[in-house]
Design a protein around this ligand. Structure first.
Ligand code: GTP
Ligand code: MG
Length: 193
């Protein structure tokens, strides 16, 4: 798949989700994992999605229209420490409502930082997606931050924790532009599914 165009479409802060008949591909993962960076990487645009080293930057659901034919959906990150318990519950419910009710949701990419052991929240998210029969795929981010052998070690830890095989995971670096071809092939597969 070639990316011919990409534009910001809409931000949504309530359950009034964007309605269309276009395929949606959503990105979830803990705060700061690199969701917004991955959207820029996928679309070859430096500043389409706002990135930040401060966790919790994306607090809305942001829709991006790609090739005027499908939507990339940047979901709010979870696991952000500096919010109240009540706010955390609201976010979780909000995410779940989007994931359960979006009729054209073709795939959810769960992003994991290669340097971190998946958290219980990551595990719960994956279980939630399996349980609700939402197609999903794990993407590991930031592989530029580790050596090749460290990457392999971390992949073993991630696979063990989440019960995955190595082939189930797409490994990427937005910074070093690694994994672009595999990502686009995978997106194309799901968009047309
Ligand atoms: P929230 O919106 O808070 O949920 O975060 P996010 O998941 O959208 O993360 P974001 O894309 O804003 O990136 C967080 C930080 O990680 C930023 O400082 C990015 O520059 C950095 N980052 C993202 N991808 C990579 C990568 O591939 N390599 C490296 N080294 N840093 C990255
Ligand atoms: Mg973000």
């Amino acid at each position: 798949m070639l990316i011919k165009s990409a534009e910001f479409l809409k931000s949504v802060a309530d359950t009034n989700f964007y309605q269309s008949n276009m395929s949606e591909i959503a990105l979830v993962g803990r705060s700061n994992v690199g969701k917004s960076s991955l959207i820029n990487f996928i679309t070859n645009r430096r500043k389409l999605a706002h990135t930040s080293s401060t966790p919790g930057k994306t607090r809305l659901i942001n829709y991006y229209l790609v090739n005027k034919s499908f939507l990339l959906v940047d979901l709010p990150g979870y696991g952000y420490a500096e919010v109240s318990k009540k706010e955390k519950t609201n976010w979780a419910e909000y995410l779940e409502t989007y994931l359960k009710t979006s009729q054209n949701l073709k795939c959810v990419y769960l992003l994991l930082d290669i340097r971190r052991t998946p958290t219980n929240q990551d595990e719960q998210m994956l279980q939630f997606l399996y349980y609700n029969r939402i197609p999903c795929k794990v993407i590991v981010t930031k592989i530029d931050t580790l050596s090749r052998s460290q990457v392999n070690n971390q992949l073993i830890i991630i696979c063990n924790k989440l019960g995955l095989n190595r082939e189930d995971i797409i490994i990427t670096s937005s910074a070093d532009k690694k994994g672009h071809k595999e990502l686009l092939e995978n997106i194309e597969h799901y968009v047309n599914s």
